[in-house]
Design a protein around this ligand. Sequence first.
Ligand code: MEV
Length: 297
Amino acid sequence: MRCSAPGKIYLFGEHAVVYGKKAIACAIDIRTYVEVGIAEESVVTSVFGTAPLESPHYPYMRTAVNKIKEIEEINDVQIHVDSQIPVGTGLGSSAAVTIATLEALNIEFEIGIPREELARIGHSVELEVQGSASPTDTWMSTMGGTWQVPDRRKLEPPSCAIVVGDTCIAGNTGQLVGGVRRLYDKYSFMEQLIDTFDMVATEGARYLKSGDYQSLGELMNINQGLLDAVGVGHPSATKLIYAAREAGAWGAKITGAGGGGCIVAITDDPVPVVEAIKDAGGNAYVTEISLEGVRRE
Ligand code: MEV
């Protein structure tokens, strides 16, 4: 049984969502593929070779298998994984591999776990492996489409091209979230600043609905200013963001925790944006919103 699950980007609101504010996330058509089959012993094959499921290389898949075993007795499985999602750059690679594994096992062993429950189990896998995790990534990998969180309101997906630029510098999410908290605790105006993220996301939802991508991009640029203000920017990300804007993107900002990681740009003409990001030293991917979440291949 082969299943795939998408990664995700934030159009608005990362970091502010930690304070219960609105964020808008989109599943993107960069996916992780997981194939499972009954076998003599549980092993995982990836680009790195074949290793036992119990080895330290595959904590998400191992924990996903264990969660399924708590629900249903299942045989040993051979798992094959291949992923288009760069690891550790804020695109939700761990959520995608977790959700694709859970769904492949769910179908292979005819367990019948519904979607919302699958997302919940996926989040518990991430919590167990990472210690802390937002439920957004596993929700997006499961459901696909465009969502306002934390209230999980389904929104109109943008129908323009999405360009993801990877700085290839890994940010540390825990440290970045901690840095924002330090400012929040120190300065009383931070409450208003975090509220401003919420207002930008609210306005963004309006422009998504009307399809005014020029204004949507403008709001993403404002959101980027706020992210810089709370200290999660990085020179390498700024370089890619300005390169994308100068190449005609309507808007460009960090997606995810920042401190490097990935940027996202929206545009009607992705080719020059991709070229500009590459010239500025990043990797670039053109993608679209994935309307489908986890799916059987
Ligand atoms: C990280 O991908 C997104 C943050 O908002 C943290 C979180 O929501 O857990 C920075």
